[in-house]
Design a binder for this molecule. Structure first.
Ligand code: F0G
Length: 458
């Protein structure tokens, strides 16, 4: 028989987590204004809020922490990370930053100005935020298949070349400072982008003289999907796939809190010296000197090691395998999810899950609250609350998909935890027809409201 995957690591340190009673959880979530961001983590049993900065570092990463060099300038740990980025990504220049959105802030300061347009595949919220903050517009060119959760397209993160070319034709070249491919595409469900699509987008950008960058937070998971879903890459090793992916772009912003398996960190990787020098000025201003950029030397050392571990095939096989495992469990219970499962999370289709709940009462948020009350599991709403209000009309924006995201931290939970999560959702699914009322907003911030919003039961 073919041997199944098994985690290519064993556990050396554990952290105790505590179960609570339903009564306690009902109290805690009410006190939190029915906003899961406001819960104390001690009140959560299994935390699937995010896979960002929540991974478990290896013993080798911890030993890098001890040997990090804390020199203000010219740190040995900086050069270690530089060597890794040169070798792994084939990018000659890099700037360290304290996390992904900081990399966006620095690079976009050098690139984007008022009135510009920035096409891409469903930009992540901080990316969009940094574009809109500069009075520029993010244009979503993701393929339509991404918005049908039941369709089985293997690369739902792909850009629609026609939509992209329409943008290139409609606006002058000077108005399009950059095109961004997010690998994998978080917003559409951790869905990958194929190598073919990356190559074609790159050719189109070259034809129109537009710069192309990756939002590379989950580049290694994307490479795994290229290997396993794109026929011509099945015998190519992950690191060669990564090299080829990066060969098509001019640079990248990276949140190292994802695929580099560290708790904090980010960077900008660049091919051209000119842009690097321009961005360097902003890096010094916003983040710190060029050889630390808001990070301790030890953080850069652990990050360098994490980049190697995060691109190991056997690690990725168990990582993506665990996400698929949870997805399969949910499907066994007939729970509607975004299919095929993506890289870092399972996305439950809340609109299909709660058919008797009006969209005005926040379907995905209601499901997230139910899941917490059921078993102390914390997921996150990727739906109407997150989509915010239209800046002009101030009406709620109802996104194409109303999802509950269950993001799985790297190397943290076992498949028993996944079974527990699936059982919680199955119990809710059994009584789904009784869930007919949701929540209304009691208090909200003018922008990025989902972090602080307070809700009331209808
Ligand atoms: N780009 C993508 C695709 C992301 O998913 C994130 C963060 C960022 C950029 C920003 O990076 O958090 O280091 O500043 N995503 C987290 C999440 C927060 O939960 O998906 P950051």
């Amino acid at each position: 028989m073919e041997l199944p995957y098994a985690e290519p690591y064993k556990i050396k340190v554990i952290e105790n987590i505590r179960k609570s009673s339903r009564q306690e959880r009902e109290q805690w979530i009410k006190e939190s204004g029915y906003n899961l961001f406001k819960l104390r983590s001690d009140h959560v049993f299994i935390d699937l809020l995010t896979d960002s900065g929540t991974g478990a570092m290896s013993d080798e990463q911890w030993s890098e922490i001890m040997s990090g060099d804390e020199s203000y300038a010219g740190s040995r740990s900086y050069f270690k990370l530089l060597d890794t980025i040169n070798e792994l990504l084939g990018m000659p220049y890099f700037l360290p930053t304290h996390q992904g959105r900081a990399a966006e802030n620095v690079l976009f300061s050098a690139l984007i100005k008022k009135g510009d347009v920035v096409p891409g595949n469903s930009h992540f919220d901080t990316t969009k935020g940094h574009i809109e903050f500069r009075k520029a517009t993010a244009i979503d060119c993701t393929i339509d298949e991404a918005f049908d959760t039941k369709g089985l397209h293997p690369f739902k993160g792909n850009l629609d070349l026609q939509k992209l070319e329409d943008v290139f034709k409609k606006y002058q070249k000077e108005k399009i400072p950059v095109c961004i491919i997010t690998v994998t595409c978080n917003t559409s469900g951790g869905q990958p982008v194929s190598m073919k699509n990356i190559r074609e987008v790159s050719e189109l950008c070259k034809k129109y003289g537009i710069k192309l960058i990756f939002d590379a937070a989950r580049f290694a998971e994307n490479a795994f999907f290229i290997k396993t879903r794109e026929e011509e890459y099945k015998n190519v090793c992950i690191r060669d796939i990564v090299k080829e992916m990066f060969s098509y772009v001019d640079g990248a912003t990276m949140s190292s809190k994802k695929d580099a398996i560290v708790n904090i960190g980010g960077f900008i990787a660049l091919r051209e010296k000119e842009l690097f020098e321009k961005a360097s000025v902003y890096n010094i201003m916003f983040e710190g000197y060029l050889t630390y950029g808001g990070l301790a030397g030890r953080d850069m050392a652990a990050l360098s090691q994490g980049l190697w571990e995060g691109t190991n095939f056997h690690y990725l096989e168990s990582r993506i395998g665990q996400v698929a495992y949870l997805g399969e469990k949910l499907k066994e219970y007939n729970i509607p999810i975004q299919e095929p499962t993506g890289g870092h999370a399972v996305f439950v289709d809340a609109r299909l899950f709660l058919p008797n709940l009006p969209k005005e009462q926040f379907q995905a948020q209601t499901l997230a609250i139910e899941l917490y009350k059921e078993g102390g599991v914390r997921g996150v709403e990727i739906g109407t609350l997150l989509a915010d209000r239209d800046p002009q009309t101030r009406e709620n924006r109802y996104p194409k998909l109303e999802l509950l995201r269950l993001a799985i931290p790297r190397r943290v939970y076992t498949n028993n935890h996944m079974d527990y999560v699936a059982a919680c959702l199955a119990n809710i699914y059994d009584r789904r027809n009784d869930i007919t009322t949701g929540y209304k907003i009691a208090k909200e911030a003018p922008i990025m409201r989902h972090f602080t919003v307070e809700l009331e039961k209808m």
